[in-house]
Design a protein around this ligand. Structure first.
Ligand SMILES: N[C@@H](CCC(=O)N[C@@H](CS)C(=O)NCC(=O)O)C(=O)O
Length: 211
């Protein structure tokens, strides 16, 4: 068995490194970086023609999109993070697509315009708009966690929790976004301090903290 995870841990590849540590599976890490020498190099474009990291190659199966990679790894390796039945699988897909479409774009925009872009490129109006936009999905997340006993699906930590928490990570520079969202804050604190998360974020030289 041979799994290669491509992408610097300073990218969304950290989500896949986290997942691989959760599953305790062997892997090779190729920390492909940004730009023409990294994710836009001809060699990497042959793996992901979108020119984005992360990607994986798993016994000849190439997959890109960080959240899809985690769903694939969960299904392949099983265990508590994986769906126990078709109903759980459908809900894990739903939460993952929710993360990618309803939540991540706004959370990322808030991060970009608060901390990520150079100061001269940050637009406070865009940051405020993005923080407004995460309010409704965070209310849904908070309510689901309250009803689910602190997890999204099946009363346990699954790939759905990992995928969503990997996007909530973007709110670390804007903690006001989680004000009053006590279920989200408790759930995120538990997720981001799991041993597998700490191992993945250590590759960035970071100890992830609760928000
Ligand atoms: N939806 C994709 C997004 C991939 C993506 O945009 N990755 C960023 C790094 S986190 C990247 O490759 N940026 C380099 C670039 O756009 O040149 C995923 O989740 O994998």
């Amino acid at each position: 068995m041979s799994l290669t995870i491509y992408g610097t841990p300073r990218s969304r590849a950290v989500r896949n490194l986290w997942m691989a540590h959760e599953l305790a599976i062997p892997f090779v890490h190729e920390p492909v970086g940004f730009g023409d020498d990294g994710c836009r190099s001809p060699g990497f474009l042959a793996i992901n023609p979108n020119g984005h990291i992360p990607a994986i190659a798993d016994d000849g199966v190439v997959i890109w999109e960080s959240l899809a990679i985690n769903l694939y790894l969960a299904r392949k390796h099983g265990g508590p993070l994986a769906p126990a039945d078709l109903g759980e699988e459908g809900r894990m897909l739903a939460w993952t697509l929710w993360a990618a479409t309803e939540f991540e774009p706004h959370a990322a925009q808030a991060m970009y315009h608060t901390a990520f872009y150079p100061p001269e490129e940050r637009d406070p109006a865009k940051a405020a708009q993005a923080l407004g936009a995460v309010g409704a999905p965070l209310a849904v997340l908070d309510d689901t966690l309250a009803k689910g006993g602190g997890h999204l699906i099946g009363g346990r930590f699954t790939v759905a929790d990992l995928n969503v928490a990997g996007c909530v990570f973007y709110l670390r520079f804007t903690p006001q976004a989680l004000a009053g969202r006590d279920h989200v804050r408790a759930w995120y604190a538990e997720a981001i301090t799991r041993p597998a998360a700490l191992a993945a974020f250590a590759l960035r030289g970071e100890v992830p903290a609760p928000i």
